[in-house]
Design a binder for this molecule. Structure first.
Ligand code: BES
Ligand code: MN
Ligand code: ZN
Length: 504
């Protein structure tokens, strides 16, 4: 396997544009914008910059690109890469993050290893937030999808990133670096094929990542899972020769906010065939990423541990394959959850909600006060919101809104969906407490209502990332493959320091 991501050395400076020294000087350009040191920069490009703007070859529209050689005497960089940033007054950290990723990817494609970004202060975005987003974006560019190809030229990675921005705290730099790094770590895990990343291998990789980040780790094996009566998880795992695992992570800082224990629960299906209700062959290979929620929980926990989030956090990741087989659960089977509730399995492909049910119960047992679960849960969510936005479900609204704000800061788009009780009839069973499927109409909502049966009275948010965990239609700032969605959302949530002192 080839190196899939590395972390560049990152520095900040307040140098003049001409003194920024890199193989590629990245210059964000807003529509109707005047650049810093614009006349000098224009002269250094032989007047090409202003000429291109005049003939509207380059107008600053979002993600336009233009590369120009710098020939001016006394300039430390040799190439300028202008990236359109759209209207200045509408700019957000999401735009900045994407510009940095585009610049970093453009450099790597040209086998250039150092970049500098000539950022300027933006109204409505603090310099610290801007710096964090730019660094995240640059680190995200340093990701190469896992490759098992033999031979070939090794990819070039960025080894140095300089960001020109005034008055920022070192904490923002560190945050950006760590959040970028662990987003890449999650992408690496999600890209791994199912035969490599079995539940046991996932648990081993998780233990290493967690220990390196200073977390406490405990891995429950099939015997311990059975002792806890996790009948839903065991029901899903029955069809597989690979034994299940539950990965439990703990972050317990000394300065923790009193009375708050955040619990993050992530779906860890290392491969989803659908089981006896088997999926069609077309695109079934993509179901190797069905553990992306688990990877997000793991990597967010690692990041928030490194960044010393001042709140107690627990991560619970139920990991298993969903396979057909002689012992596999069958449609019509009844399973009993660890909490004691009974479920009629009408479709073995609705396995995610089953394993989450037992895992959420376990998180409560471990003392959680606030729950967030993340899962590639339903095709219906992809139909509802497409491939750019994750679905948010939960209660109370204040908790859902808090998670949504964290996802905005993170650049993970998400949007709230309803969970009115009226939908509950969809899960009615003749012989058990409820079924595991609610039909096609409102499929993402009935899945959320199933999960809600296992969260007790706690504030809870369910994030359905079925559409957002994998990118099939690449963008200049988002290559094909796993996206690492939700890593930064969960970490941002835990790092929202003020929130934990005045929690409602
Ligand atoms: N892992 C899938 C959901 C999924 C579908 C993720 C497409 C990414 C892309 C999940 O386990 C599943 O199979 N869900 C079923 C539920 C149905 C049987 C009620 C679905 O959405 O079709
Ligand atoms: Mn499934
Ligand atoms: Zn699944």
């Amino acid at each position: 396997m080839h190196t899939v991501h590395t972390t560049p050395a990152v520095t900040t400076s307040a140098r003049k544009t001409r003194d920024l020294s890199a193989d590629l000087l990245i210059i964000p350009v807003f529509e109707n914008d005047t650049l810093a040191d614009e006349s000098e920069l224009d002269a250094a490009t032989g007047g090409e910059y202003s000429a291109a703007r005049q003939r509207r070859e380059f107008s600053g529209k979002p993600f336009e690109q233009m590369m120009l050689p710098i020939a001016g005497a006394g300039w430390a960089s040799t190439r300028a890469f202008f990236v359109g940033a759209g209207p200045r007054e509408q700019s957000t950290t999401t735009v900045l993050r994407r510009i940095a990723t585009m610049g970093g990817l453009a450099a790597r494609q040209r086998r250039l290893a150092t970049i500098a970004i000539a950022a300027r202060p933006l109204e409505g975005v603090s310099n610290s937030a801007a710096l964090q987003a730019l660094i995240e974006g640059a680190v995200l560019a340093n990701y190469e999808g896992t490759s098992y190809k033999t031979g070939g030229q090794p990819a070039v990675f960025l080894d140095r990133v300089e960001i020109r921005i005034p008055d920022v705290a070192a904490a923002a730099l560190e945050r950006g670096r760590v959040l970028g790094e662990y987003t890449n770590a999650a992408r690496e895990l999600s890209n791994e094929p199912g035969n490599v990343l079995t539940p046991r291998a996932f648990a081993e990789r998780a233990s290493k990542i967690a220990k390196d980040a200073g977390l406490d780790v405990e891995v429950l094996d099939e015997k311990q899972i059975a002792a806890l009566n996790m009948g839903l998880l065991l029901g899903v795992a029955r069809g597989s020769d690979q034994p299940p695992r539950v990965i439990v992570l703990r972050h317990e800082p000394k300065n923790a906010a009193k009375g708050v224990v955040l619990a993050f629960v992530g779906k860890g299906i290392t491969f989803d065939t659908g089981g006896i209700s088997i999926k069609p062959s077309d695109n079934m290979d993509k179901m190797k990423d069905d553990m992306s929620g688990g990877a997000a929980v793991l990597c967010a926990m690692a990041a928030l541990s490194r960044l010393k989030a001042p709140v107690r956090c627990i991560g619970v990741i139920p990991a298993t394959e969903n396979m057909p087989g002689g012992r596999a659960m069958k449609p019509g089977d009844i399973l009993t959850s660890a909490e004691g509730k009974t479920v009629e399995v009408l479709n073995t492909d609705a396995e995610g909600r089953l394993i989450l049910g037992d895992a959420l119960w376990y998180a409560r047992k471990l003392g959680a006060t606030h729950l967030v679960d993340v899962a590639t849960l339903t095709g219906a969510c992809v139909v509802a919101l497409g491939r750019t936005t994750s679905g948010l479900f939960g209660r109370p609204d204040s908790w859902v809104e808090r998670v949504q704000r964290a996802s905005d800061r993170a650049g993970d788009r998400s949007w709230p969906m309803p969970i009115f009780d009226d939908y509950k009839d969809l899960l009615k069973s003749e012989i058990a407490d409820f079924t595991n499927t609610g039909g096609r109409a409102g499929g993402a909502i009935s899945a959320a209502l199933f999960i809600k049966e296992f969260v007790g009275d706690l504030p809870w948010v369910h994030m359905d990332i079925a559409g957002t965990a994998w990118c099939e239609d690449p963008k200049p700032y988002q290559p094909k493959g796993a996206t690492g969605v939700a890593v930064r959302t969960l970490a941002e949530l835990a790092l929202d320091v003020d929130a934990w002192s005045n929690l409602k």
